[in-house]
Ligand binder design. Structure first.
Ligand SMILES: *[C@@H]1O[C@H](CO)[C@@H](O)[C@H](O)[C@H]1NC(C)=O
Ligand SMILES: *[C@@H]1O[C@H](CO)[C@@H](O)[C@H](O)[C@H]1NC(C)=O
Ligand SMILES: *[C@@H]1O[C@H](CO)[C@@H](O)[C@H](O)[C@H]1NC(C)=O
Ligand SMILES: *[C@@H]1O[C@H](CO)[C@@H](O)[C@H](O)[C@H]1NC(C)=O
Ligand SMILES: *[C@@H]1O[C@H](CO)[C@@H](O)[C@H](O)[C@H]1NC(C)=O
Ligand SMILES: *[C@@H]1O[C@H](CO)[C@@H](O)[C@H](O)[C@H]1NC(C)=O
Ligand SMILES: *[C@@H]1O[C@H](CO)[C@@H](O)[C@H](O)[C@H]1NC(C)=O
Length: 345
C-alpha cells in the first residue's frame, strides 16, 4: 500500500515536471542581423494545455536593468506596438501559441536582450530571453603614402608606405598584409561610440632598390567576406652602375673595343660621365682624369676609335646621375702584348 502511494506521488511529480516543460517558451538564444536588414524573433509556447489560458504575449527589451515594452498581443485587445518600434515591428502570425515578431531595418541601438513573456492563467507568467546582435559591414580601403619613397644609404627609420583601414565594422575585421617585402605592420583599433570598430594597419618599410616593383597587398577578413587591395611599390633610388665590354683580352692593336656603362636606376639615369684614372707610369700625362684622345663618348658608351695601345690601360670610372643621386662603377683595363688564346671566364 505504501509502495503504491510512493509510486503514485512519484508519477504525479513526473506529470508536474512534464507539465512545466510542456509550457516552456521557446526562443532562439542568439539572433544576429546586419544593419538595415530584417530579423525574425521567434517565440512560441510549447504544447499549451487546454486547462491553461494564455492571456497575453509581451515582448520587452531589457535596457540598463529596466524593461521597456516593445510589442504586445492580447487575444481580446489585439496587437499593439509601442514607440519607437511602431514602424518597424510586426507580429508574424499572432496567436496564443506564437508570438514571433519581425524587427525591420535593424539599427545598432536594437542590440540587446529581448524577453518574450506569455501571461497565462492560472499558472502565471512564462518567459524566455534572447540576445540580439547587430552586425555592421565595414568599409575597407588601402591608401598608399603620397610622398615618394626614396632609398637612401644609411637610412634606418622605416617609413609608412601604405595604410589599410577597415572602418566601422562590428564585430571588428581582421587586417593582414600579403607581401614578400620585409616590412612590418602596426595595428590600431578604434572603438566608436556606436559600438562599431575601426581597424587601421600601417605598413612600414625601409625603402630599398629591392623593394621597387614589389607587390603589397592588404587583406581584410570580415565574417566570410574577404577584401583585398594591392599596390606596386615605386621606390626611387640612385644608379647602380656596371661597366661591360672589357673581356681581359685587350691586346696591342686590337680594333673596335668599347666600354658600356649600364645603370639600374629609378628614375633612369639621365647623365653619364667617364673618367680615367691611369695606371702609374703609363699615361702620367692624364693624371687629371681626362680620357685618351682616340675615344669617343656616345651617351653611356665609350668607343675606342683606333687600335689598342698601352696608354689605354687604367681604371675607367663611369658616373651615372639621376634625380636621386650620382654613383659610379669602375673597371680596371689592362693591355696585353699579344692576344690570349684561351677564352677568359
Ligand atoms: C529559431 O527558432 C525557430 C522556432 O523555434 C526554429 O524553427 C529555428 O530553426 C530556430 N533558428 C535557429 C537558427 O536556431
Ligand atoms: C544606460 O545607462 C547609461 C549609464 O548608466 C546611460 O549613459 C545610457 O544612456 C543608458 N541607456 C539607455 C538606453 O537608457
Ligand atoms: C546575452 O547577453 C548577455 C549580456 O549582454 C550575456 O551575459 C549572455 O551570456 C548572453 N547570452 C547568450 C545566450 O549569448
Ligand atoms: C558609427 O560611428 C562611426 C564613427 O562615429 C560612424 O562613422 C559610423 O557611420 C557609425 N555607424 C553607424 C551604422 O551609424
Ligand atoms: C688584366 O685584367 C684581367 C681581368 O680583370 C685579369 O684577370 C688579369 O689578371 C689582368 N692582368 C694583369 C697583368 O693585370
Ligand atoms: C687634362 O690634361 C690634358 C693633358 O695634359 C689636357 O689636355 C686637358 O685639358 C686637362 N683637362 C683638365 C680638365 O684639366
Ligand atoms: C645618344 O645620344 C644621341 C645624341 O648624341 C641621341 O640622339 C640618342 O638618343 C642617345 N641615345 C640614348 C639611348 O640615350
Amino acid at each position: 500500500m505504501s509502495d503504491f502511494s510512493f509510486s503514485s506521488s512519484f508519477l504525479l511529480f513526473l506529470f508536474l515536471i512534464a507539465g512545466l516543460w510542456a509550457q516552456m517558451v521557446l526562443v532562439n538564444d542568439t539572433v544576429s542581423g546586419f544593419i538595415g536588414t530584417n530579423v525574425i524573433l521567434h517565440c512560441s509556447m510549447t504544447n499549451p494545455s487546454p486547462s491553461v489560458k494564455i492571456t497575453q504575449v509581451t515582448w520587452q527589451k531589457a535596457t540598463n536593468g529596466s524593461k521597456q515594452n516593445v510589442a504586445i498581443f492580447n487575444p481580446n485587445m489585439g496587437v499593439s506596438i509601442l514607440a519607437p518600434y511602431k514602424e518597424r515591428v510586426t507580429f508574424r502570425d499572432p496567436s496564443t501559441k506564437d508570438g514571433t515578431i519581425q524587427l525591420s531595418r535593424l539599427e545598432l541601438d536594437d542590440e540587446g536582450v529581448y524577453i518574450c513573456e506569455f501571461a497565462t492563467f492560472p499558472t502565471g507568467n512564462r518567459e524566455n530571453q534572447l540576445n540580439l546582435t547587430v552586425l555592421a559591414k565595414p568599409t575597407n580601403q588601402m591608401v598608399r603614402t603620397t610622398s615618394p619613397l626614396i632609398a637612401r644609404a644609411g637610412m634606418t627609420e622605416k617609413i609608412v608606405v601604405a595604410t589599410c583601414t577597415s572602418s566601422n565594422g562590428k564585430p571588428p575585421s581582421t587586417v593582414t598584409w600579403d607581401t614578400k617585402l620585409k616590412g612590418e605592420a602596426e595595428y590600431q583599433e578604434i572603438r566608436n561610440n556606436n559600438g562599431t570598430i575601426t581597424v587601421i594597419s600601417r605598413y612600414r618599410l625601409l625603402p630599398s632598390r629591392e623593394a621597387h616593383r614589389q607587390q603589397l597587398m592588404c587583406v581584410v577578413n570580415y565574417q566570410l567576406d574577404r577584401f583585398t587591395d594591392s599596390m606596386t611599390l615605386n621606390v626611387l633610388y640612385e644608379p647602380e652602375v656596371r661597366i661591360d665590354g672589357f673581356d681581359g683580352n685587350w691586346y696591342l692593336n686590337r680594333k673596335d673595343v668599347k666600354l658600356t656603362c649600364t645603370s639600374d636606376a629609378n628614375p633612369p639615369a639621365t647623365q653619364y660621365q667617364w673618367k680615367l684614372v691611369p695606371q702609374t707610369k703609363m699615361g702620367m700625362d692624364r693624371m687629371n682624369g681626362s680620357l685618351p684622345d682616340n675615344v669617343e663618348v656616345q651617351n653611356s658608351t665609350l668607343l675606342f676609335k683606333g687600335p689598342v695601345m698601352y696608354n689605354l690601360a687604367g681604371t675607367y670610372v663611369c658616373e651615372a646621375t639621376n634625380t636621386i643621386g650620382t654613383r659610379s662603377g669602375l673597371v680596371e683595363v689592362n693591355v696585353t702584348g699579344r692576344k690570349l688564346s684561351l677564352p677568359l671566364p
